[in-house]
Design a protein around this ligand. Structure first.
Ligand SMILES: *Cc1c(COP(=O)(O)O)cnc(C)c1O
Length: 451
């Protein structure tokens, strides 16, 4: 009769060639843990059902290897975005330009002058690295880069409006996504929220009557992920600024996406640009690094020097500061705009500027390669809480499969996983958001899933 003590011991297992290989690949402590847990499982199984023979040494080691592979598999992996949503927040927003990746790579490999003044040989400031490019690009007096735009808004309000009144239109009390609600963030900063107007209409006079009490700021939030249509009214930004300044009140503009290029050029609605806010006289503008800027995750704050200085000195600035890799990446991305090659180099602008003919050509090449599917007209969107309701014409590869949902699941199991969508029982793949260097892997994955 088989007995539990016939199970191989840890020592026996460790003496095998396979165990030596596992130790070389995964390290001794983790391999030992995996062997022990595999043995524990074998014991537990045997106690439940002593019928079949005990697992062999080979089987135990094979199970150990699977456990080790599962434990050390990265959870964050690249995917192929065939959804046609250019700034897909769930898929990591903006893919980066080659120069941006290079700058981030170089600065990660070794030491850098992050906070070191090479001229003087003394301590320097990390804030200077992106600042001069931002000044040149936007004409702002001063600039600051932090962890993301949510922290930029929190920091600006904490530094400029703690325990003071901040006026905001009811039409702008938005939720951005992931639970980021403007009124909650305002409260978190210690600011006293003063709501004016109604959901659909706010007039200059609404702001004016609220300004009669001592007020720190007027906050404007670009409602970037929804649109109010119909019976609406909102004063021009420059009129709000003029009225506020007459009363000695500052204006802060949370642009969200913060485009530096005009999206209208691509047949989309015009997304307000950073330059426009600044020329309307706004005192502080903040926006994301990884939305329409097309860079790494960051929050960018630009504006008047006196205010930015105050923001830089606030204790929260230290808590939400950008790291060297982010600063290197943001600077490299900004340089594309300065050198006027953003459209050629930044992936999201390249995707937006693809012509219909180019997109159609790629969809047709996929169809030919797969020997099935149809090329159909469709729509791509910007996403990432930018330009709601706006879309580009595109061409899609449409696949007819037995069960579209099962097929999507199969696509997600490929290496790299492929993310697509279904519509009217067809599986749709949009070439616009598939990076050219991923096309080979996409076709391999599609063929696998179609088998
Ligand atoms: C996206 C967005 C934010 C948050 O920006 P993150 O960079 O994602 O933190 C804040 N405000 C507005 C208006 C936004 O659109």
């Amino acid at each position: 009769m088989t007995k539990l003590r016939d199970l191989p011991s840890v020592e026996q297992l460790l003496q095998t060639q396979t165990a030596a290989e596992l130790i070389a690949r995964f390290g001794r402590p983790l391999t030992l843990t995996a062997i022990r847990s595999t043995l524990d499982e074998a014991r537990a199984r045997f106690k439940l059902n002593p019928e079949p023979a005990l697992p062999s040494i080979d089987l135990i080691l094979a199970q150990t290897e699977s456990a080790l592979a599962a434990w050390t598999k990265p959870t964050l992996v690249p995917v192929i975005n065939a959804t046609g949503v250019i700034l897909h927040t769930n898929l990591g927003r903006a893919p980066l330009s080659a120069a941006t990746i290079h700058a981030m790579d170089v600065v990660s490999r070794g030491y850098s002058n992050l906070e070191y003044d090479l001229e003087k040989g003394t301590r320097g400031s990390r804030l200077i690295h992106a600042e001069s490019v931002l000044q040149k690009l936007t004409g702002a007096e001063s600039a600051l880069v932090v962890n993301n735009n949510a922290s930029a808004v929190l920091l600006v309000l904490s530094a400029l409006a703690n325990r003071k009144r901040v006026i905001i239109s009811r039409s702008q009390l938005v939720e951005i996504g992931g639970g980021f609600r403007v009124p909650d963030v305002m409260k978190q900063s210690g600011a006293k929220l003063v709501e004016v107007g109604t959901t659909n209409k706010v007039r200059l006079s609404d702001y004016q009557s609220a300004m009669e009490n001592p007020t720190a700021l007027i906050m404007r939030v670009h409602p970037s992920n929804f649109k109010i249509i119909g019976f609406t009214e909102e004063p021009e930004l420059k009129d709000i600024v003029e009225t506020a300044h007459q009363a000695g009140i500052f204006v802060v503009d949370d642009l969200g996406s913060g485009a530096l290029l005009d999206t209208a050029k691509y047949g989309l609605a015009h997304e307000p640009t950073v330059q426009e806010s600044l020329s309307a006289g706004v005192d502080v503008v903040c926006f994301s690094g990884d939305k329409l800027l097309g860079g790494p995750q960051a929050g960018i704050i630009v504006g008047k020097k006196v205010l930015i200085d105050k923001i830089k000195k606030h204790p929260l600035a230290r808590a939400v500061r950008a790291d060297k890799v982010c600063l290197a990446g943001i600077s490299a991305t900004l340089l594309h705009y300065l050198k006027d090659d953003a459209e050629r180099e930044i992936p999201i602008w390249k995707m937006m500027s693809l012509t219909l003919k180019q997109v159609k050509g790629r969809a047709e090449a996929w169809k030919n390669e797969l020997g099935q599917g149809n090329v159909v007209e469709g729509e791509s969107t910007v996403g990432g809480g930018s330009l709601p309701g706006e879309s580009f014409k595109t061409y899609l590869l449409s696949l007819e499969v037995k069960s579209p949902d099962k097929f999507l699941k199969k696509l997600r199991k490929q290496h790299p996983p492929i993310i697509a969508r279904t519509e009217n029982d067809k599986v749709l793949l949009d070439p616009r958001t598939v990076l050219p260097e991923q096309e080979g892997a996409l076709l391999v994955g599609l063929k696998n899933a179609l088998k």
